[in-house]
Write a new protein. Structure first.
Length: 268
C-alpha cells in the first residue's frame, strides 16, 4: 500500500488548494489591515521628520547654525514585531499590537552637541499637536552598557481622507559621539560565536569607551561655549582691529569707523 504523496501529487495538491483563488483572497483580505497600519506608521514618521527639519531650518535662519546632523528612520520588521508580541505576551490583534508595542515606527535624530538634544526635544514637545507618552533619559542616567541617548515615545497626528489618527513614534535624540559609540557597540556586541568570557571583557571595554566618548562630548561643548561667549567675540574683534590698524590717530579711527558702519549696513 502506497503511503504519502509523490512530488507531482504534492505539487498538484498545493496548487489546487493553497494557491486557490479562495485562499489568495483570504490572505489578501487579512493582509490589507496590516499593510494599512504599516502605511499609517510611515506617514507618522514623515510627520516627525518634517517637524525636525523645520526646526533645523529655523535655527539655520535665526542663529546661523544647524543643530541636526542627520535624521534616520525605520519601521520595525514583521519578524521583530512578532518577537516582541511573544516576549511581551501581547494579544494577537492589530488593536493590541498598536496599543502595546510603542516602537514600531522609529526616528533617530543625531545632533552636533549634547545640549542640542534637550533644546530640540523641548522645541518639538512644545508643539500643540504632539502628545508625550513616555520619556527615558539615558544621557543623565546611562544604561549599564554605557549607552546614552534621549528616548521619547510620542503620539503624532496623521490626516487621512476622512479622519485624523494619532500614531505612536519612538524618537531617539543623541549626539554624533553617542551615535558613533552606539553603532559600533551594536556591530561588536552582536557578532556571533564570541566566547562568553570574551563577551564579558568586551562589555567592560565598551563601557570604558562610552565614558571616554562622553568626556569628549563634554569637552567639545565647553569649547563651543567658550568661542560663542561675548568675551571671546570681543577678543576676536579686538584682534582684528589691531591686525588691520596697528597704528592710532584720528585718520585711522575714521577709517575703522567707516568700515564698521559698512559692516553694520550689510548685516541690516
Amino acid at each position: 500500500m502506497q503511503v504519502g504523496f509523490t512530488n507531482d501529487q504534492m505539487e498538484k495538491f498545493i496548487r489546487d488548494n493553497l494557491f486557490s483563488d479562495e485562499v489568495i483572497d483570504t490572505i489578501s483580505e487579512n493582509m490589507l489591515p496590516i499593510e494599512s497600519l504599516m502605511a499609517y506608521y510611515r506617514c507618522a514618521i514623515m510627520q516627525v521628520e518634517t517637524k525636525f527639519k523645520v526646526l533645523d531650518e529655523q535655527f539655520s535662519l535665526q542663529y546661523d547654525r544647524n543643530p541636526i546632523e542627520t535624521i534616520k528612520s525605520r519601521i520595525k520588521s514583521m519578524e521583530g514585531i512578532i518577537k516582541k508580541v511573544r516576549r511581551k505576551n501581547v494579544a494577537l490583534s492589530l488593536e493590541a499590537i498598536e496599543a502595546e508595542i510603542k516602537d514600531i515606527a522609529g526616528v533617530r535624530v543625531v545632533c552636533s552637541f549634547p545640549e542640542d538634544i534637550y533644546l530640540l526635544a523641548d522645541c518639538f514637545l512644545q508643539q500643540d499637536d504632539i502628545r508625550l507618552i513616555e520619556m527615558k533619559d539615558y544621557i543623565k542616567h546611562p544604561k549599564e552598557s554605557g549607552y546614552r541617548s534621549l528616548h521619547l515615545i510620542v503620539e503624532v497626528p496623521i490626516f487621512l481622507e476622512n479622519e485624523k489618527k494619532m500614531m505612536k513614534v519612538e524618537i531617539q535624540i543623541r549626539s554624533l559621539a553617542m551615535d558613533f559609540w552606539a553603532s559600533q557597540e551594536h556591530k561588536i556586541r552582536y557578532k556571533k560565536n564570541i566566547p562568553e568570557d570574551e563577551r564579558e571583557r568586551l562589555a567592560v571595554e565598551l563601557k570604558e569607551i562610552a565614558e571616554e566618548v562622553a568626556a569628549i562630548d563634554g569637552r567639545m561643548s565647553e569649547i563651543r561655549a567658550r568661542i560663542n561667549s561675548p568675551e571671546y567675540q570681543e577678543q576676536v574683534n579686538a584682534s582684528k582691529r589691531n591686525l588691520v590698524f596697528p597704528f592710532s590717530g584720528p585718520i585711522a579711527r575714521e577709517i575703522l569707523d567707516s568700515i564698521e558702519a559698512e559692516e553694520e549696513d550689510e548685516e541690516e
